[in-house]
Design a protein around this ligand. Structure first.
Ligand code: BGP
Length: 478
């Protein structure tokens, strides 16, 4: 791997920070998604909690208290040797309702402190501007990204960040997993559906607003700091055809095209024709102006960042009960692959395949900003956690990453594994679905000391970074 390869870890504000009303922060979409039976329907925008409900448990409200603990946590990242740390900024910490003219100083100051702490340890901050997080007031007043007004509000927010962190942050990501809008509209974009609304129309309308907002923010960034880089971010993972039946192959192609849609626009600067044709055919007008087209064309991204957890399988004709979901993507089970405890397929070779697909399509540097295994761990009495299964998973994936770089010649900027410290699961709201190198003592009901413990994988990853990916042996730390 190249000398300056950015090894590190990744988190998101709502999954680690807590302090949900501290420092003047406003309520945000995720603060309204409780743990429990209603969570899936709420994330999909099919049910809506307009207010924080009495008696419900909201994991984002306290999370793992990174808000109060960031110095100690960053010190642990530094001890592992991180070169980069990807985190997100909570929009409602900086603009509590989204409508204020001026940013909230306490919010900006918190992130400035985080960034300064990282820089002190020579860790490159990778900042996601928006990760599953829309201020509640914008949802209530505008219907979130359904409204075109969101574009200017987002650009105002992003501009406040670019101004404040100019020269300190080089890598920006405009939206986390922007394609999640099609799978979990409320989680991804603060959108819920009213009776009688056309789902396809709403989703493409919102997508268009996000795409224009991303492009406009990119223009501002380049103006303020020509050296900074803007990346798009997609929940990646190729769709395989279930069989050699042409119908399955065609279905896989369509599923892949849909998954690439946002990145096609952000990287190539224009809508793919299958989308404009489909919208015309369906009689859907999402209000794309000539000016929008120009903005999209002129402000494409510098790099393609992505999350990778698994590939997916497309089948044209589904049989009853055959459907399965992994990371919100629906498909069928791959008979060749094992699954995680939470039912997500494990496919290291698919990681390399996916990187090749992205590179062949866009020819822009890639950045792996999420990858990891969510599973339960056991904290031993002596404070150790023997997570050899996580080490194997990461080893198998990093091996494929190296092949993509060294054999296939794909430029990859870095690898920040997901949930480098245990955090709240986005899909389930659980703490017991753990991804971290660092164990956090907290359970699914919010009990626990929040104390941090180093897992075996902590020491393993430390060695991986120290040897720049050369020593991947599962016992390299012993
Ligand atoms: C991605 C999200 C993350 C993260 C991860 C793991 O979709 O960008 O926020 O949570 O998936 O998913 P989960 O937490 O549901 O296990």
């Amino acid at each position: 791997m190249q000398k300056d390869f950015l090894w590190g870890g990744a988190t998101a504000a709502n999954q680690v920070e807590g302090g949900y009303l501290e420092g003047g922060k406003g309520l945000t979409s995720v603060d309204l998604i409780p743990h429990g039976a209603d969570r899936p329907a709420i994330m999909q925008g099919l049910m809506h909690y307009g207010e924080v409900a009495e008696g419900a448990y909201y994991p984002s409200h306290e999370a793992i208290d990174f808000y109060g603990n960031y110095k100690e946590d960053i010190a642990l990242f530094a001890e592992m040797g991180y070169k980069a740390y990807r985190f997100s900024i909570a929009w409602s910490r900086v603009f509590p309702t989204g409508f204020e003219d001026e940013p909230n100083e306490a919010g900006l100051k918190f992130y400035e402190d985080v960034i300064d702490e990282l820089l002190k340890h020579n860790i490159e901050p990778i900042v996601t501007i928006n990760h599953f997080d829309v201020p509640k007031t914008l949802i209530d007043e505008l219907g979130s990204w359904k409204s075109r007004e969101m574009i200017d509000l987002y650009v105002k927010y992003a501009t406040a960040l670019f101004n404040r962190f100019n020269g300190k942050v080089k890598y920006w990501i405009s939206f986390n997993e922007i394609n999640m809008l099609f799978h979990l509209p409320f989680m991804g974009a603060g959108i819920y559906f009213e009776e009688g609304e056309n789902k396809t129309e709403i989703e493409y309308q919102a997508a268009h607003h996000e795409l224009v907002a991303s492009a406009k923010a990119t223009a501002v960034l380049k103006e303020l700091d020509p050296d900074a880089q803007m990346g798009c971010m997609v929940a990646a993972g190729d769709y395989y055809a279930y069989s050699a039946d042409p119908k399955d192959a065609r279905k896989a192609q369509q599923d892949n095209q849909e998954n690439f849609f946002f990145i096609d626009v952000q990287s190539r600067g224009e809508y793919p024709r299958w989308v404009t044709n489909m919208l015309d055919r369906e009689g859907i007008d999402i209000g794309i102006t000539e000016e929008d087209k120009q903005v999209l064309k002129d402000n494409t991204v510098d790099y393609i960042s992505f999350s990778y957890y698994s590939t997916r399988v497309s089948k044209a004709e589904l049989e009853e009960g055959e459907e399965m979901t992994g990371n919100a993507f629906v498909g069928v089970k791959n008979p060749y692959l094992e699954q995680s405890e939470w039912g997500w397929a494990i496919d290291p070779i698919g990681f390399r395949t996916t990187m090749n697909s992205l590179w062949d399509r866009y020819q822009k540097p890639l950045f792996v900003v999420e990858n990891g295994l969510g599973t339960s761990d056991k904290l031993e009495d002596d404070g150790t956690v023997h997570d050899d299964y996580r080490i194997s998973y990461l080893r198998d994936h990093i091996e494929q990453l190296k092949l993509a770089v060294e054999e296939d010649g794909i430029p990859v900027l870095g690898y920040t594994s997901w949930g480098c410290i245990d955090l709240v699961s986005a899909s389930t709201g659980e703490m017991s679905k753990r991804y971290g190198y660092i164990y956090v003592d907290r359970d699914d009901q919010g009990n626990g000391s929040l104390k941090r413990y180093k897992k075996d994988s902590f020491h393993w990853y430390q060695k991986v970074i120290e040897t720049n990916g050369e020593n991947l042996a599962v016992d390299n730390f012993k």
